[in-house]
Design a protein around this ligand. Structure first.
Ligand code: IMP
Ligand code: MG
Length: 377
């Protein structure tokens, strides 16, 4: 196997499963099937699901040592517009399976929608006597059906693969080895700093330059509430009661954002994490995804500047609460006691960087922040 990456249309793939390992997996599956069907009196049907399973079924067939018949089927599955589940469009079962024992040969089982619907159809509509499922590959993290998979060649993580029958937009089926999509890891930047440091002010420029999605937890909460989601309702109840929204709710929202926002190179977190507990939770959330915090971008100002900026903002935005000395002092205290310890946390991980934005105009400070990002890389 060449250790080279390959390009199919717009995507790059890297070597993943060598041809020999595929052969070994097929040897294993064939041994199990031969043991189960040894000395059978009937002629079981080997059902090749076109087109992806052609190479797999071809290899498997050569290893089966009982009398069997090869039949193919081509299907296209799609989700119905109503919630009726998967609709299967059978484009051809090349011979009848009525009263026969059938072994379905699939290249890969992902959600299992295709295979489960096919099994049901073969029994209910086509009158098969028994249907077993054999798949070269299985993504166990995705498969969520109660239906047993009788023979599984290899289990693989949830990644998009091509080769040995598997395609990306019909390309790659002819490749001998299996390749996996070569994705750049997502970037997770934390925009950090005391209230009034200018996180909201500079987030836009950073997000645009680095193709990041700016995630402000405050904005997310308002959006959830406006959309009337379950999470939004919970949050609203708490906020209306004058309580703080718990970490778990904020983290649920962030995870949803990570899951659903596509087409960006990463995220720019603003207002999260706010304390060490949230930072530890964020690490766990990212670890589950096989990812981690890229860097913390700290915007530093001293307490006196915090006071002036918040007061100035209060006058411009007409927020009376911001203007009160007591409220401002409270926010500064909370920052020092709850949020500032994050600096040590991320320094220990070698991920903390900051820039002084105490003096200077907004434009000058923006240049400083962008220069810092360049340095972080
Ligand atoms: P399921 O119905 O979600 O289990 O999807 C099964 C079908 O999706 C397979 O027969 C493949 O055609 C396709 N598929 C699932 N995962 C991949 C993959 O990683 N690469 C290429 N095709 C895939
Ligand atoms: Mg297929």
């Amino acid at each position: 196997m060449k250790d080279e990456k390959i390009k199919l249309l717009d995507k790059t793939f890297k070597p993943y499963i060598r041809h020999q390992r595929i052969m070994d997996a097929i040897d294993g599956v064939a041994r199990e099937i031969n043991a189960d069907f040894h000395g059978c009196q009937d002629i079981p049907v080997i059902l090749c699901v076109l087109n992806g399973s052609i190479p797999f079924t071809g290899e498997l067939l050569q290893r089966l040592d009982f009398p069997c018949q090869l039949i193919s089927i081509k299907l296209s599955s799609y989700q119905g517009t109503q919630s009726t589940g998967t609709v299967l469009n059978v484009m051809g079962l090349t011979s009848s399976v009525r009263g026969r024992r059938v072994i379905i040969c699939e290249d890969i089982v992902d959600t299992g929608n295709t295979i489960v619907a096919l099994k049901e159809m073969l029994i209910d509509k086509e009158g098969a006597a028994e249907v077993r499922i054999c798949t070269m590959l299985l993504k166990p993290d995705v498969y969520d059906k109660p239906v047993k998979l009788d023979y599984v060649g290899l289990e693989i993580p949830n990644a998009f693969i091509v080769g040995f029958g598997l395609d990306y937009n019909e390309l790659g089926r002819n490749i001998r080895d299996i390749y996996v999509l070569d994705e750049q890891p997502m970037k997770y930047y934390i925009l950090f700093g005391p209230p009034g440091a200018g996180k909201g002010t500079h987030a836009g420029a950073l997000a645009q330059k680095y193709n990041l999605k700016h995630i402000s937890t405050g904005e997310l909460l308002r959006a959830e509430i406006a959309a009337g989601t379950e999470l939004g309702k919970q949050a609203k109840t708490l906020i209306d009661a004058g309580s703080l929204v718990p970490d778990s709710v904020v983290e649920g929202m962030i995870e949803t954002a990570f899951d659903t926002i596509k087409g960006v190179d990463g995220f720019l977190l603003d207002g999260f994490p706010r304390n060490l507990a949230q930072a530890a939770d964020l690490d766990k959330i990212l670890e589950k995804r096989g990812e981690s915090v890229t860097a913390v971008v700290g915007l530093m100002i001293d307490d006196e500047t915090i006071r002036q900026r918040i007061k100035g903002r209060a006058i411009i935005e007409g927020r009376a609460d911001d203007a009160s000395d007591e409220t401002v002092s409270n926010r500064i205290r909370t920052y020092h006691s709850q949020t500032e310890p994050l600096i040590g946390y991320y320094k220990a991980a070698g991920k903390y960087w900051d820039v002084d934005v105490d003096a200077g105009t907004i434009e000058e400070n923006r240049e400083r922040v962008l220069a810092l990002m360049e340095k972080i890389g």
